[in-house]
Ligand binder design. Structure first.
Ligand SMILES: *[C@@H]1O[C@H](CO)[C@@H](O)[C@H](O)[C@H]1NC(C)=O
Ligand SMILES: *[C@@H]1O[C@H](CO)[C@@H](O)[C@H](O)[C@H]1NC(C)=O
Ligand SMILES: *[C@@H]1O[C@H](CO)[C@@H](O)[C@H](O)[C@H]1NC(C)=O
Ligand SMILES: *[C@@H]1O[C@H](CO)[C@@H](O)[C@H](O)[C@H]1NC(C)=O
Ligand SMILES: CC(=O)N[C@H]1CO[C@H](CO)[C@@H](O)[C@@H]1O
Ligand SMILES: CC(=O)N[C@H]1CO[C@H](CO)[C@@H](O)[C@@H]1O
Length: 382
């Protein structure tokens, strides 16, 4: 019995000893492992940082695409490339929105608080950190009602909606300004800006002047705002579209109208021209013909820069306004199934943006056959 008891005690003691050794070993192992893991993690992070440092090119960041977001990501890259606009928007405030609501905007439906969200996006993008990708789901959500994430959308429509949303938050009705009876184009622009003072107006809105002149010399002048200019592509003249547009910028046409003075139908000469050039001129090629349901793939010659006569100093067309290409949006694919990418100039370096991916380009994009929207920046006049 004694022997059995002693053996039992010995086994128990041995077991306890083994267990203790195991436990202590485990603790050591755990601590070692932990240590190793921490080191590994640090290594990972460090390598990641280095990788990001290597991957981060110039002033670019990618933008995450959660499905069909490229219609929004491409123009956002173009806006980020507009330094003066991004500097100004930081200080802009919406006066038509309840700011308390805008603070907790993640739950907001609809477009409310777009300006605040757009500012947040710019701030995150411009932050000098090691991130090479921005997630802007909060901005995407603001447009969910109009641009459901389950469908493809037209990037041009998005740009217009973004403008309208910001304008209306800064207390501007989105009625088009069409007005007559002004002294001249400066007077018309003053009238427009008196009640239209959003950042969008300061950077993207231009104005057309159209003069209707009757045979009897009676003239009526109409002013009309625009936020972009559409250039039609016809398959035949696609090579010449841009130059044709430049040539036609001051265009004389003729048509029959009823003259108020003559009180009868007369031949009118119509002269239409731009009298207010915006800081950023947006040109959109009419590639997506939704009526005929086709996409026009014509190659367009568009210049890296061009000049127009300055309407404010128009004596002998000597003074000119110069524009430089700032960014372009590409559309590849078919009319109802395609992909948008952007090329944007950042600090003298052209970058190619494809959602979360981006890469430097060797030079500026010239005659890109897939160009859909062009953004030109007005040169600062000296
Ligand atoms: C501009 O707004 C003011 C009030 O804010 C109004 O009195 C004025 O009539 C407006 N101007 C035009 C041209 O509508
Ligand atoms: C305008 O673009 C052309 C190339 O198309 C370039 O050679 C020229 O230097 C540019 N001019 C200015 C003023 O940037
Ligand atoms: C635009 O399309 C052209 C021609 O297919 C292509 O070479 C280029 O990479 C595209 N650009 C972007 C920004 O995707
Ligand atoms: C954009 O990137 C995707 C891969 O994420 C690739 O399949 C596609 O060809 C790229 N498009 C362009 C225009 O570069
Ligand atoms: C400054 C200004 O005009 N604010 C107005 C903006 O619009 C809201 C209503 O739409 C008015 O309550 C504000 O007075
Ligand atoms: C686009 C826009 O809001 N236009 C408005 C500018 O202000 C005039 C009045 O001066 C309004 O009539 C326009 O609707």
């Amino acid at each position: 019995m004694n022997t059995i008891a002693i053996v039992g005690i010995c086994i128990a003691a041995a077991t306890i000893a083994v267990l203790a050794v195991l436990m202590i070993w485990c603790l050591f192992l755990k601590r070692d492992r932990g240590g190793e893991q921490e080191e590994e993690n640090e290594d990972d992070i460090e390598q990641g940082r280095n990788r990001e440092r290597e991957e981060r090119i110039g002033e670019g960041k990618g933008i995450r695409n959660r499905g069909l977001d490229c219609f929004m990501n491409a123009p956002l890259q173009c806006f980020v490339g507009m330094d003066d606009f991004c500097d100004r928007i930081k200080d802009e405030e919406g006066i038509n929105v309840d700011n308390d609501e805008a603070e907790s905007d993640d739950e907001l439906n609809g477009k409310s608080g777009v300006l605040e969200k757009f500012k947040r996006f710019i701030e995150i993008y411009k932050k000098d950190d090691n991130c090479n990708m921005v997630d802007c789901e909060f901005l995407r959500e603001a447009f969910e009602a109009e641009f459901p994430s389950s469908e493809q959308h037209d990037t041009r429509q998005f740009i217009m909606e973004l403008f309208e949303a910001i304008q209306s938050e800064q207390n501007i009705s989105n009625q088009p300004f069409i007005s007559s009876g002004h002294k001249d184009h400066k007077d018309a622009w003053e009238e427009y800006t008196k009640n239209n003072t959003s950042i969008i107006d300061d950077f993207f809105i231009g104005m057309y002047e159209t003069k209707f002149q009757c045979e009897c010399k009676e003239i009526e002048t109409v002013y009309e705002q625009f936020n972009h200019i559409s250039l039609p592509i016809t398959i035949k003249n696609s090579l010449e579209t841009f130059n044709l547009w430049l040539k036609n910028c001051k265009k004389n046409t003729y048509s029959e109208f009823k003259c108020k003075k003559c009180n009868s139908f007369k031949k009118f000469e119509i002269v239409k021209q731009i009298t207010k050039f915006p800081q950023y001129l947006i040109l959109a090629f009419e590639r997506l013909d939704t009526h005929k349901n086709v996409k026009l793939d014509g190659i367009i010659n568009f210049p890296l820069n061009f000049t127009m006569p300055d309407p404010d100093n128009n004596e002998n067309n000597k003074q000119t306004i110069e524009y430089d290409l700032n960014s372009i949006i590409n559309h590849s694919g078919f009319i109802h199934q395609g992909h948008y990418t952007a090329k944007s100039l950042r600090n003298d370096q052209w970058l190619n943006f494809n959602d979360s991916l981006y890469e430097p380009l060797l030079g500026p994009p010239i005659n890109d056959p897939k160009a859909y929207i062009l953004f030109y920046k007005k040169k600062v006049s000296s």
